[in-house]
Each structure stands twice: as C-alpha cells, then as structure tokens.
Design a binder for this molecule. Sequence first.
Ligand SMILES: [Zn+2]
Ligand SMILES: [Zn+2]
Length: 233
Amino acid sequence: MKFDWLPVTRFEQNCSILWCEATRKAAAIDPGGDIDQIRDFLEWEELELEVVLVTHGHFDHAGGAAALAAATGARIEGPHQGDQHLIERLAEQGKRYGVRAEAYTPARWLADGDQIHFGQETLQVLHCPGHTRGHVAYFHAASRSAFVGDILFRHAIGAWEHGDGDLVQLVESIRNKLFALGDDVRFLPGHGETSNFGHERAANPFVGDEALAQWWPPGSRGSPPKRPADLPF
Ligand SMILES: [Zn+2]
Ligand SMILES: [Zn+2]
C-alpha cells in the first residue's frame, strides 16, 4: 500500500489517499473539502476511488465526503454512529465557517474491530471517543501506519472542551487503543506533521509517559497543559 496526503479547507486538514499498488484502487480518508484537488490527485496517480472514509463528524473532515462520493461512485463508510448527529448537521457546521459541507448517510456506520477493504488492502477500525463520541482511527497493519484524525497530533492532543468532548475518554483512547499498536507505528494526524507513537509516548506534553505522571488522573494533582492556540478543533 502507498499513501499520500493533501491539506484541504482553510484549516489545512490532512486528507489522505491510500492505494493498493496491485489494483490502483484507493481509499480517501477525511475529504473535508477542496474536492477538485483530491480528484486531480486521483487522476494524476491513475487511481480508482473505491471508498471514502471519515474519522469523525467535524466539517473540515467530513464536509466533502458526499460530493466526492457522488463524483466518483465510491461508497462512504464511517464514522461510528456516535457522530451521526454531527454528520446530519454538516451543512449547518460549514455555514458557520463559510465552508460548503453536506450531510450523508454512510453505507456503514463503523464499530471497533470492523475491517475496511479496498483493492487487496485491509484497514482495521478503532473506536476512539474523546474528541467526539463517534471518532474512529484507521490502522494499516502491514505498513504500520495509522490515520488518527483529531485524536492525537504531533506534540498535542485533540480538543475536548466542547459538548462532545471528554478528556478521560480521549486519553484512554490514545493510551489504550493507539499507543497499544506499538511504538514503531507512524501516524498521520488530521492537522500538522506526521509522527510515531513511540515519539509521542516519550515527548508528547499531554499524554507522554512523563507528562501524564504529572497530572493524571485529572483533578488529582493538577490539570493538563493548555492546548496550542493554533490548533483548531
Ligand atoms: Zn479537524
Ligand atoms: Zn475535529
């Protein structure tokens, strides 16, 4: 499997394109917008889009899923049904930020342990609530790559200070689901640079081993550090 990514929307959300080299069939994760750029990429690489995958219901990730599926004939899968209320209000979410976003009904709401197939490739689904209730991550075991949306960033974690967020769940998702995949796993977050779980376990100021010992569980000894202001959602 190969993958690449392009930043979409003014929030520079990382839309990733994964493809099976044997069949040129592809999956697009989080086509939040800028659908023409995504289609140009597919055409340039001579890929056939088989499935559109969504990590969670925020418009910068999910807003262009319906349009991309309609333009290519691909099916949409995900996220987990816990985000259905966000997916249904995508147009409303987008309007607040002057972005076109469209609701959709996926071919399948995803659950922890589900598998996604495109070409000859397989992805594993991990349900990782905390940033939103229905957030999922996608793991490609053969290449040790994970696509984690807004759960974990290089040196930061996703926002939890909103109605759908939950700090305890977020940290448990990161530690028990993502870090459990192994230190060598490289991940692409929804915003910013790639990293690997081993680096975040050592150096992440929120959920690294040493950082966590300073404040976990919340309320016992202190509170987590402030999230960087330049990280939306
Ligand atoms: Zn985002
Ligand atoms: Zn988000």
